[in-house]
Design a protein around this ligand. Sequence first.
Ligand code: ACO
Length: 432
Amino acid sequence: MKLADNKATLSFSNGSPSIELPVYQGTIGPDVLDIRKLYAQTDKFTYDPGFLSTASCQSAITYIDGDKGELLYRGYPIEQLATNCNYLDTCYLLLNGELPDPQQKADFEKLVTNHTMVNEQMQFFLRGFRRDAHPMAVLTGLVGGLSAFYHDSTDINNPEHREISAIRLIAKMPTLVAMAYKYGVGQPYQYPQNHLSYAGNFLRMMFGNPCEEYKVNPVIERAMDRIFILHADHEQNASTSTVRLCGSSGTNPFAAIAAGVACLWGPAHGGANEAALNMLYDIQKQGGVEKIGDFIKQVKDKNSGVKLMGFGHRVYKNYDPRAKLMQETCNEVLSAMGLEKDPLFALAKKLESIALEDEYFVSRKLYPNVDFYSGIVQRAIGIPVNLFTGIFALARTVGWIAQLNEMISDPEYKIGRPRQLYTGSPRRDIKR
Ligand code: ACO
């Protein structure tokens, strides 16, 4: 952190002495006021529910400029990564800070590939779940359960343990997500195949069966890989902050990542792609494009509780750059599969164009986010709606683990312990 030339002065209207707060500069983005000594100096806390103005940490991994609609992983724009690199390059970059050279790339791919299998006992653990369990319920359990299998990588304070648990998590998530899917549909699990790419192997574990050879379609493989890249990290979002807070207690990495999976499940976060696709289905059932006007009216009515899912973002107040790339992938996949005239895609594009011209959305700076189109792509690939958030969790695991490892390596790291403004009853005595 670099100290800025200026300082902030906090003064009080009741005559209490004013104090000076140091100001820090990042490489880009807003400066931050250092309020760590505020309580000691003034006996006051700050109040910021939802972290609207609070930087909870310093981080060198991902940067978002919400007004420009810009997303950078380690400084590289998401558009360049999505077109020039694959997901494992992106993982290497997020974990290590630099893109791999050819040797590092080959070594990293080999390392991840050699960890794709999960302990055979995991399938018996899975068997305890109902077949109709939501895959996110299953995944929360399975990811947390990894801590019971890999005792040699659970010490978060040991850099070697952190490194191997990162590789294990990245390598095993596709296997676990595919197992959760196969269990739900009653098909045999497919073991990973090490000659396939990360995305190709995942597709085969999802859609292959023991009765015939599965051929990976390169367009779908690329689309899957792009979905993974676009979801790989997104700085201090709710699930990442959950992983950091959970990991700050010193718990093991698998437990911290399981907390991230649980947080991601919510419809305001990772569950939004599932909710967005279900919303499109509903509009289509009610009459399709003709009914968009009625639907938008409902969305604008505060009492209806209806939201335009896949629209709006806490940070992007301009078009989400991932949504543009996802729309491009959507076009590619649908045309490769002969689904150019897919009514749901047509409905999504019409809904988007209407919303983008509507004063309600314009004045609130509500634009499509990545989830608006990712559901349509995944549906075309054959991924069931209730697995969308599981795919997101798979892709985000690298971001969570990179952020967790960054936090543990930070000499300023402390257990996370927010304060509160207490509004309950003052002290009172029981009178009986
Ligand atoms: N549809 C209708 N109105 C909306 C929407 C929406 N999708 N999103 C925000 N608004 C309105 C709010 O009602 C509010 O209006 P008001 O000022 O008249 O009260 C205004 O826009 C500001 O919204 P907030 O809820 O204050 O914005 P916040 O930053 O807290 O919320 C969030 C962001 C949670 C993403 C919200 O936009 C939302 O619920 N969107 C739909 C769910 C979604 O797509 N989530 C995916 C997020 S991206 C991701 O996780 C990958």
